[in-house]
Design a protein around this ligand. Structure first.
Ligand code: ADP
Length: 327
């Protein structure tokens, strides 16, 4: 609360924290001395001329900008003379960030869905308009591939929606890691061989964890698929299963193109792809690793990535061990 000449009458602790002034010396201080913020000053001046306002106020801080919903009201006495102004600030920072994430998400999803849809439409129109058989032979398989891609994407999106709504119901069982990893690694063999990449599974000891086998399989599929995709011919992709203290260690290491260190903190975010030129290597929408992380988190585990550009990438997952059988 400020008097008619914009000097502080009372201020609570939260306001001192928000605007960064010393509460013990605030009383009697002019607003500008306490808070050097032009927008705030302007709003208070308006309030002192009788105009109430409500609107956002951005306050720069050490931890980045914070956004407040700021209301400034004139304060009047019984005769309706303006005797001061009341300023209220409600912190909206998290809300603003969430809203931005929601908008980004929507525009990403729309883009990812629209791109294959328009190309399917174009191909089907071409087939319909063309009397020759070749057009159908050429475009229908391509259209089908795009439909598959869309189906996979919608599947990933549903998966995301379920995980985020906290509806991931893990079907927990005692699972032997090697029993999960071995068939998956085997299923990638042909792809690795075709590309000239060595694919290995090393089970250093038998480890049993309490996990959802299907979800865990999804984790291996995503990591091995990525590793193979980003490893040039002649390289190696190694899946290693081990234990470290109370944790099972699942490690997928490749000798591929690596991830720039600036991108590393973001790779587990939804829709994050490292760059467009790489995006050509993949049809992915940047959802794979975020799904992997959600699954690992749901199991009470953790995932880390280490990478050197041009040398390779290692993903390490830790999941609490249920039992460690002696080999
Ligand atoms: P997508 O589902 O599109 O593959 P991911 O979430 O799996 O996306 O991966 C995010 C980004 O991280 C990708 O754009 C890719 O460039 C990078 N990335 C993931 N795994 C590897 C890897 N093993 N080597 C190099 N880059 C990787």
């Amino acid at each position: 609360m400020l008097d008619r000449s914009a000097r502080i009458v009372v201020a609570n602790e939260a306001s001192a924290v928000i605007f960064g002034f010393d509460l013990s010396r605030a009383e009697g201080l002019h607003l500008i001395e306490a808070v050097p913020n032009i927008e705030l000053e302007r709003r208070v001046e308006e309030a002192l001329t009788g105009e109430a306002s409500l609107g956002p106020l951005i306050v720069p801080g050490r931890m980045g900008n914070r956004t407040y919903a700021l209301s400034a009201y004139p304060v009047t006495n019984r005769n309706d003379d303006i005797v001061g102004a009341l300023v209220l600030a409600a912190d909206q920072t998290e809300f603003v960030a969430l809203d931005r994430a929601r908008q980004d998400f929507l525009s990403n999803v729309s883009h990812e869905l629209r791109t294959p849809l328009s190309s399917i439409k174009l191909m089907l129109e071409t087939v319909l308009a063309s009397p020759e058989e070749e057009a159908a032979d050429l475009f229908l398989p391509q259209a089908l591939a795009q439909v598959d891609r869309l189906t996979a994407l919608v599947g990933q999106l549903l998966e995301q929606a379920r995980t985020q709504a906290g509806q991931v119901t893990l079907d927990l069982r005692e699972v032997d890691l090697e029993a999960i990893a071995a068939p998956i690694v085997a299923s990638f063999e042909p792809q690795a061989a075709a590309k000239g990449v060595t694919l290995e599974l090393q089970a250093l000891r038998p480890v049993t964890v309490e996990a959802d086998p299907d979800r865990l399989a999804q984790v291996f599929v995503n990591l091995v698929d990525n590793a193979l995709r980003y490893t040039p011919p002649g390289g190696t992709v190694r899946v290693r299963l081990d234990a470290d203290g109370a944790d099972a260690l699942l490690r997928v290491r490749d000798t591929g193109i690596g991830i720039p260190y600036k991108s590393l903190p973001h790779i587990f975010e939804r829709f994050y792809v490292v760059d467009r030129s790489r995006a050509r290597l993949t049809s992915g929408a940047g959802l794979g690793l975020s799904i992997v992380k959600q699954i690992v988190d749901a199991h009470g585990g953790s995932i880390t990535a280490e990478s050197t550009l041009g040398k390779g990438t290692t993903f390490t997952i830790r999941i609490p061990i249920l039992r460690l059988r002696n080999a």
